[in-house]
Ligand binder design. Structure first.
Ligand code: C2E
Ligand code: CA
Ligand code: CA
Length: 691
């Protein structure tokens, strides 16, 4: 408090400490100017500047008016000074530290600005409601999202008002506006954190997250997820569909297969059709992948046309397709579909002027008859397809239990074959080939047997084709060559050995020539004593590589025989491609030699052999009558049960020793056949003549 002379009347300690006044300046009578100057010098910053501070003071004094001034101290504190003139000409001033209040207010203001900015820059729409379901705050995005004017969304509005406004603006969720308002009210009443998705009639999809607040209100965020949904759907579609044909792919098909078991339990009949295109590979190879792709696309269209909307048509890969047929009334329905497919795919394809002809083979399995779940159906339909293809393509085939048994058998043979070489389970038996005019053994054919640990003795028909398919025939064939050469080396020098070769052994990197060379070398066998028997399938499809290999083999000095002549497609043309040493006439002609056709063929082959300088061997001679016929036609050699069944190495050695000097007289071999009969169970029904 100052008097009219502007001298201090009294001040309190708070005042002194606030401005850190030295004690002499707090004494009554201290001039106001001294105190103010001290305060200014020591770091009091008035808002309007130090110079104006006293001017403003005198102005107030002159006008006898109260006033307020804010100053900031060097230490950062903010002081509000309230000036109050008194009647006697003096004044009272109160100084209040406002630091806390002012910084708080500033912070709040900043925060509010930031909040506003954040709120309005959110990609989501946001609304906050209080416990009375009245709007507390919302953002611009919310209004935009529901196409209502931003200025119309006001704090204090009720939820229902806003929802109605949205509906009026045309934002109808699918399912109707009223139902939507009602469902929103339920969500609010439940007061649980939830997320729901509103699908709008205009195609937009909006995801709403509802978060209850402690005061009974809630915050809801709204997000337009239309694009996200679309992308998701696209990605999902791509993952489950074939890019070329847009049919379902293996994954989607598999997912549907997994539901089959449940559908079957509910009493539904379901069919699986496995479809494979015949000769499609040829289209790709000859006309290129562009045409191949176009064919596949057309195929998928035709398949879709054949199937019903409720069927699932899939491309499993390459030229493999499958259909899951729903709600069959009877298994025959699946056959009808299969027949439609076979017919549709057999229609010519016109691809940019290329006329393409392919076909389809179909395997069918129907649940619950052929299996009760998708996995079994698929496996069985696939087996049936395999059979359909085997039956000459362009056909369909139902699954049969016997197919399964055949497959089981195959699998077990395949597994056993891998171990058989290691476990030394293969044997060779030898069957003599007899020169007709000299009546003596010229060579023996080595024939493979497998002493299976569980199944007993197996003959080649039971395992050779599997060994070929798996490539196991290559190491097996190598073993046969070595074993046969080694055995033949123990025989008299004029007796040769014949070894059967599979087409597979003529493949790339199969090293057939090396194997032959090394077998001959290991046994120190003269190459001229080895005869290799091949069937015309080796030369099929213009196999240049096989021809080269044959030439090399011939250069080694070994003989090459054409086996099973007459059973293939065009045996005659193969005779022109390679200078065979021998033609072996298939046993079917010999055994049917009473038939005029067979007789004519034997006659023709013998004549051909004579003019080409090739020997001829008649296989499968079982009777005297057959032998007489063969002799009449002029065959060089005969082979068959009439002379001997295939014998183990030891028995054939005895036989050859006995015959070494003399001639072979069938029926008079004198061989002890007791061992042979055991080994040759298949031949036991035939009469093996011994004396
Ligand atoms: P293939 O080369 O035509 O062999 C002749 C087959 O006729 C042999 O059957 C033989 O036992 C049988 N056979 C011989 N004489 C008569 C007869 O008078 N009447 C009848 N009905 N059959 C007779 P096998 O030993 O069962 O061999 C079957 C086929 O397996 C052979 O036919 C041959 O293609 C193949 N094979 C045999 N051994 C081998 C081998 O080491 N490697 C390869 N790749 N195939 C082999
Ligand atoms: Ca043969
Ligand atoms: Ca043969």
């Amino acid at each position: 408090m100052f008097d009219a002379d502007e001298n201090l009347v009294v001040c309190n300690d708070r005042y002194a400490s606030m401005y850190e006044l030295p004690e002499e300046l707090t004494k009554p009578g201290t001039p106001h100017r001294s105190i103010v100057e001290y305060r200014l010098e020591h770091g009091m910053r008035p808002a309007r500047g130090a110079a104006g501070f006293l001017d403003r003071h005198y102005e107030l004094m002159d006008q006898k008016k109260p006033g307020v001034e804010t100053v900031t101290l060097r230490n950062g504190r903010i002081i509000s000074i309230r000036h109050q003139p008194m009647k006697d000409g003096g004044w009272v001033a109160t100084h209040q530290d406002m630091t806390a209040e002012i910084t708080q207010a500033k912070k709040l203001e900043e925060q509010n600005l930031r909040f506003e900015a954040a709120l309005n820059n959110m990609t989501q729409g946001l609304c906050m409601f209080d416990g009375d379901k009245r709007l507390v705050v919302s953002n611009r995005r919310y209004a935009e999202m529901y196409r209502i004017p931003w200025q119309d969304v006001k704090a204090g509005m009720s939820l229902e008002d806003i929802l109605r406004q949205r509906l009026e603006a045309g934002n109808h969720p699918i399912g109707g506006g009223d139902a939507f308002v009602a469902s929103r009210l339920v969500v609010v009443a439940e007061a649980k954190a939830t997320r729901f998705v509103a699908e709008m009639t205009d195609g937009r999809v909006i995801s709403v997250v509802h978060q209850p607040l402690a005061d009974g209100g809630w915050v809801a965020t709204h997000e337009d997820i239309t694009e996200q949904r679309r992308t998701q759907a696209r990605v999902q579609h791509l993952a489950r569909h074939d890019a070329l044909t847009d049919l379902s792919n293996r994954i989607l098909f598999q997912e549907h297969l997994e539901e089959v078991a449940a559908r079957v339990r509910r009493g539904e009949m379901v069919g699986v059709l496995c479809i494979d295109l015949d000769t499609f590979k040829g289209v790709n190879d000859t006309l290129g992948h562009g045409v191949g792709d176009a064919v596949l696309k057309t195929v998928s269209k035709r398949l879709l046309d054949c199937a019903r909307d409720t069927d699932l048509v899939a491309r499993l890969g390459g030229d493999e397709f499958a259909i899951l047929e729903s709600r069959l009334l009877q298994p025959e329905d699946a056959a009808l579909l299969a027949a439609r497919i076979v017919k549709a795919i057999a229609e010519p394809f016109d691809i940019n002027g290329h006329l393409v002809l392919i076909g389809a083979s179909v395997g069918i399995a129907v649940a619950p008859i052929d299996g009760e779940d998708g996995e079994a159906l698929m496996r069985h339909a696939d087996l049936a397809l395999y059979r359909a293809k085997g039956e000459g393509r362009g056909t369909y085939h139902f699954y049969e239990k016997s197919l399964d048994a055949a497959l089981q058998e195959r699998r077990s043979i395949e597994a056993g074959l891998r171990a058989a070489l290691l476990h030394n389970e293969f044997r060779l038996v030898y069957q003599p080939l007899v020169n007709v005019s000299e009546n003596r053994v010229s060579s023996c054919e080595a024939l493979l047997r497998w002493e299976h640990p569980e199944r007993g003795l197996l003959d080649p028909r039971q395992f050779i084709s599997i060994a070929e398919e798996t490539g196991l025939i290559v190491p097996i064939g190598e073993w046969v060559l070595r074993e046969a050469c080694a055995t033949a080396a123990t025989w008299p020098d004029h007796i040769g050995v014949a070894v059967n070769l599979s087409p597979t052994q003529f493949g790339k990197n199969r090293n057939l020539v090396e194997h032959v060379k090394s077998a001959l070398a290991a046994a120190a066998l003269r190459p001229g004593r080895l005869e290799l028997e091949i069937t015309e399938s080796v030369l099929l499809a213009d196999n240049e590589l096989a021809l080269k290999i044959l030439v090399k083999l011939k250069e080694l000095g070994v003989k090459i025989a054409m086996d099973d002549f007459g059973t293939g497609y065009s045996s005659l043309s193969y005779l022109r491609r390679f200078p065979f040493d021998k033609i072996k006439i298939d046993q079917s002609f010999v055994q049917d030699s009473s038939g005029p056709d067979s007789l004519a063929i034997v006659k023709a082959v013998v004549g051909l052999g004579q003019s080409l300088g090739m020997m001829t061997t008649a296989e499968g001679v079982e009777t005297e009558a057959q032998l007489n016929m063969i002799r009449e036609q002029g065959c060089t050699e005969v082979q068959g049960f009439l002379f001997s069944v295939p014998l183990p190495a030891t028995s054939i050695s005895h036989l050859l020793e006995r015959l070494n000097s003399g001639t072979f007289r069938h029926g008079l071999t004198g061989t002890d056949t007791s061992g042979i009969m055991n080994l040759e169970a298949r031949a036991s029904s035939r009469s093996v003549k011994t004396s």
